[in-house]
Design a protein around this ligand. Structure first.
Ligand code: ADE
Ligand code: ZN
Length: 326
């Protein structure tokens, strides 16, 4: 019980969450009504019952459908504000938030509508609670590199609101090298670089994300342990892995909480962090991820502090802001 309190109360940073994945079914229905968007589900309960995923793609299909209710800047604000309240409850002091511009621009929602709504909520959380935050724009890897380059172009008027770029959506069959040119361009622009790799895809995608995209963090990366040389390299170079335990269970990367390789990753000397990924879909916000893993696995207070410390060390906070938390 004391350990649970430590997990909940320790200051932490969240580095891997998709803001569209924080849309709770109740808010999806409220926004659908507000915007007169038709959903293929009759009720909140029916939608929630559809959250029985078999793999990443089965989740993504529902996640993109859920995002279809987001039309106006205020919708993006309300979604982000709801997430920030949960983050505050979980004592998140700093959040780096992914958003998927193409999910919105491909439906005719302007880039600025999405980012301005998200950014205004982050600004209010900073003013009201002193919570710090940053926005990472993700390219959808099932779409073309040309589409990613076009999205980068659209983001330029909002350059000051974006700390970095990531790569998400369907991993298998869409290797990092598909996006080598757009990531090189982002690096030239001074954007920080991350990518989802080794979630469902093979360890090789982690290596190519590092070598060809030059990413600074790996999102998920849990399959690295299949490749000992790669694991050693990640440990030696202190490449952070933003691990999302409940996501991995819900998307069947591991069968059950007790099968998760979090302890093995830590024992391999990796800079692991714990995150919620898509909290409205996977059964909990960041503290729920901590509590369920610590209940099921041989993890103690020292692991808790190490994970919290890693979350700030791996963040894109500047050295001075980081120092406050380390
Ligand atoms: N988009 C939202 N969540 C994701 C995940 N876990 N993997 C890939 N793309 C995503
Ligand atoms: Zn993710």
């Amino acid at each position: 019980a004391a350990l649970r309190e430590t997990l909940k109360q320790m200051p932490k940073a969240e580095l891997h969450m998709h803001i569209e994945g924080s849309l709770e079914p109740e808010l999806i229905f409220a926004l659908a009504e507000r915007n007169q968007v038709k959903l293929n589900y009759a009720s909140v309960e029916e939608l929630r019952r559809a959250y029985a995923f078999t793999d990443l793609q089965s989740f993504l299909d529902i996640y993109y459908a859920g995002a279809s209710v987001l039309l106006k800047e205020q919708d993006f604000y309300d979604m982000t504000w709801a997430y920030l309240q949960h983050a505050r409850e979980d004592n998140v002091k700093h959040a780096e938030i992914f958003f998927d511009p193409q999910t919105h621009t491909d439906r005719g929602v302007p880039f600025g509508t999405a980012i301005n709504g998200i950014h205004r909520a982050l600004k209010d959380a900073r003013a009201e609670w002193g919570m710090s935050s940053a926005i990472i724009m993700c390219f959808l890897r099932h779409l073309s590199e040309e589409a990613a380059l076009e999205t980068l172009e659209q983001s330029m008027p909002y350059r000051d609101k974006i700390i970095g770029v990531g790569l998400d959506s369907s991993e298998r069959g869409h290797p990092p090298e598909k996006f080598a040119r757009v990531f090189a361009r982002c690096k030239e622009l001074g954007l920080r670089l991350v990518a989802h790799a080794g979630e469902e895809g093979p360890p090789e995608y982690i290596r190519t994300a590092l070598d060809l995209l030059k990413v600074e963090r790996i999102d998920h990366g849990v399959r690295c342990l299949e490749d000992p040389a790669l694991t050693q390299r990640l440990a030696r170079d202190k490449v952070p892995l933003t691990v999302c335990p409940l996501s991995n269970i819900k998307l069947r990367v591991f069968d059950k909480v007790g099968d998760h390789n979090l302890v093995k990753l830590l024992d391999a000397g990796l800079t692991v962090t714990v995150n919620s990924d898509d909290p409205a879909y996977f059964g909990g916000y960041v503290n729920e991820n901590f509590v369920q893993m610590f209940d099921a696995l041989p993890l103690d207070k020292n692991h808790a502090y190490r994970l919290a410390r890693n979350s700030f060390a791996a963040s894109f906070l500047d050295a001075q802001a980081k120092q406050k938390f380390l």
